[in-house]
Design a protein around this ligand. Structure first.
Ligand code: PTJ
Length: 265
């Protein structure tokens, strides 16, 4: 019998890991069209691993952080959403929608420089409806002192009072904090340096975070400034990260029991 193999990488909808495979495919496509750095694939795999031990769902702690993050974005004078290759490849439409609702422009800011990457990401964002994309013109970029990586080249981030940094690597959050900025991080690793340094740490997958934040933003947009301040003041990031770590411990414990039940049956 002649073997019929799937050459076009289409994923059967009934596959138990359909969603995960769909987003892997987006990252791979993103790498082929230059938007995603090669290392972006590895970063995605690391994210999947953390997502697994979080139960691949948006936990209550993440929802609390998202609410505080939206309140902070609505209260900020000049907020910016920093966009890297992975985020653009995974959730371009959602980035544009959130940016419009909370009035926070998108700024492309990359760790791995390669000719053509900024243009590739700009194209993805424009196709998703973005009209105001910062960080694309060399002559408008300035350098943030104290940062060695390519992320030091910024446009509006330099004057922003609040920067949202989805899927960050190491040291930028620390530098932004030292410059007096508030930082919102979205990171599946609750104990990464970014997660620890940020003012508001959303430990969740960006593919679930942005749609949820859009919903929250639509609700909170009509609130008074005082009500938004109360939401923000009631949020304790350190406690929230510790609670998230507890959830991970509980989840692993429950999975351990389940795994052995399957073995015994
Ligand atoms: O496009 P560039 O050049 O700016 O590079 C982007 C990457 C992500 C490659 C770069 O910032 C990098 O190398 O990041 P790290 O150091 O791998 O850190 C990325 C963090 O994001 C890790 O803690 C991952 O667990 C986390 N992460 C990965 N995928 C997701 C995620 N967090 C939320 N949602 C995800 N889908």
């Amino acid at each position: 019998m002649k073997e019929k193999r799937n050459q076009n990488h289409s994923i059967p909808k009934d596959h138990p890991r359909y969603k995960s495979l769909k987003y892997r495919h987006k990252i791979i496509e993103g790498m082929k069209n230059l938007a995603v750095a090669e290392a972006g694939l590895i970063a995605h795999g690391r994210g999947e691993c953390f997502d697994y031990i979080l139960g691949e769902r948006t936990n209550e702690t993440a929802k609390k952080a998202m609410k505080a993050a939206v309140a902070a974005l609505l209260l900020a004078k000049s907020p910016i959403i920093s966009v890297n290759g992975n985020t653009a490849a995974l959730v371009p439409k959602e980035l544009v929608e959130l940016s419009e609702i909370v009035n926070a422009p998108l700024e492309i800011n990359l760790f791995y420089y390669k000719e053509g990457r900024i243009e590739a990401i700009k194209k993805i964002l424009e196709e998703a409806g973005a009209t105001d994309i910062r960080g694309t013109l060399k002559e408008k970029l300035v350098e943030i002192e104290g940062l060695e990586s390519n992320r030091r080249f910024v446009q509006s981030i330099i004057d922003a009072d609040l920067v949202m940094v989805p899927l960050e690597d190491g040291d930028r959050t620390e530098t932004l904090k030292k410059r007096g900025k508030n930082v919102i991080a979205v990171d599946l690793n609750p104990i990464s340096r970014t997660a620890i340094w940020a003012d508001i740490t959303i430990v969740d997958n960006i593919i679930r975070t942005l749609p949820e934040m859009i919903k929250i933003a639509k609700d909170l947009k009509s609130l008074e400034k005082e009500q938004l301040i109360t939401i923000l003041n009631n949020f304790d990031n350190k406690k929230n990260i510790i609670d998230t770590l507890e959830l991970i411990k509980e989840y692993i414990e429950a999975q351990k029991e389940n795994a052995f039940k399957i073995l015994k049956s």
